[in-house]
Design a protein around this ligand. Structure first.
Ligand code: KG4
Ligand code: ZN
Length: 340
């Protein structure tokens, strides 16, 4: 009987559901993004996020089952995002997963959201092979990890303050752009003139693999206040901001490859969708004889496929069970799930 894992992601503003079959791959996946709903408020409103997940999760489960032609009795386990994320939002996925699994008498497994992102490039073809360096760049996280296998993660460096996605989002807000700021800022930057403004690159030469982005945000604020508010100037500032953030990420990612002696870089998380980052890494890592791997664009941001996939890999290791507890972990360090 082939093992089919249902995956549910609900940690923030996306409800993602997918079915993954071991030995066969992704059978179906579906996503509902709440971006339009939150954009009115300039950021995610946690209570609205939870309520929306409540309405979306079960219809999405039905949708992927229909698309894959899989009935309930063929699902062998359910994986859900246990954390980190918004408490209420996580509880929705955890409740649906555990209640459904209890009714079906099958195991559940709680997945660390970042592990989902870390392993998501393995869903693509060609996939990287262990070991590799992963650059995790999302709205809440900026980390460089060494990945030796499923559950074998070593933190190489991380942000000491804001995440890279947050730097994009906050700078975009200062430029009067909507939420989410990353894609909006990248779009505006495309009509900017490179080199018109120069922004600091905090910790570029710190000698370690840590990041800091909060000073950059302050520099953008100062620049916005001192400059004209015409479209070209705003585009020039967006261009300089993107250049600074991407410059730091590319520099530290290459330093991580040099430090570990590895030549495969995996980029995961929403900022991985950024085209300048992709171009810069292709050039810089290529020069070193290395290769960069990305999840498919649709799996760069939050999605259910990465949770179903990570769940399937964890279940294959014998993890998961039938305890059906709703203990979500809004704050959860990746080191806690790392096998030593
Ligand atoms: O991984 P993700 O979907 O959600 C989590 O934070 O877990 O990442 C979202 C982040 C946001 O900060 C968004 O602005 C950023 O990824 N982002 C981008 C781009 N697309 C999404 N940042 C820069 N350029 C993009 N094209
Ligand atoms: Zn994410």
């Amino acid at each position: 009987m082939p093992l089919i894992t249902l995956g549910i992601e609900s940690s923030c503003d996306e409800t993602g559901v997918a079915l993954y079959q071991m030995g066969c791959g992704l059978l179906a996946h579906a996503l509902h993004t709440q971006i339009a709903m939150h954009s009115e408020y300039g950021g995610v409103v946690p209570e609205l996020a939870s309520r929306d997940h409540v309405q979306r999760t079960i219809p999405l489960v039905r949708q992927v089952m229909r698309e894959a032609g899989v009935s309930l009795d063929r699902i062998s386990a359910i994986a859900y995002t246990q954390g980190p994320g918004l408490g209420g939002a996580l509880l929705v996925g955890a409740s649906v997963a555990n209640a459904l699994a209890y009714a079906l008498d099958i195991p559940t497994i709680g997945i660390h959201h970042l592990e989902g992102h870390l392993l998501s490039p393995l869903l693509s073809d060609p996939a990287p092979e262990f070991p590799f360096v992963a650059l995790l760049v999302s709205g809440g996280h900026t980390q460089l990890m060494r990945v030796d296998g499923v559950g074998r993660y070593t933190l190489l460096g991380e942000t000491l303050d804001d995440a890279a996605g947050e730097a994009f989002d906050k700078s975009a807000k200062l430029l009067g752009l909507g939420y989410p700021g990353g894609p909006a800022l990248a779009k505006l930057a495309a009509s900017g003139r490179p080199g018109q403004f120069k922004l600091p690159r905090p910790m570029l030469h710190s000698g370690d693999l840590n990041f800091s982005f909060s000073g950059l945000k302050t520099a953008v604020l100062t620049l916005v206040r001192q400059s004209d508010n015409d479209e070209q100037t705003r585009a020039d500032i967006a261009c300089a901001t993107q250049e600074a953030i991407i410059g730091i990420l590319a520099h530290k990612a290459c330093a991580a490859l040099a430090q570990t002696g590895l030549n495969q870089l995996v980029v995961a998380g929403g900022v991985g969708a950024n085209q300048l980052l992709r171009n810069r890494l292709a050039e810089d890592v290529g020069k070193r004889g290395g290769k960069v791997y990305y999840p498919d664009l649709q799996f760069c941001t939050d999605n259910g496929a990465m949770i179903a996939f990570a769940g399937a890999l964890r279940l294959a290791q014998g993890q998961g069970g039938k305890s059906y507890r709703f203990n979500v972990k809004p704050r959860w360090n990746l080191a806690e799930i790392t096998d030593r």
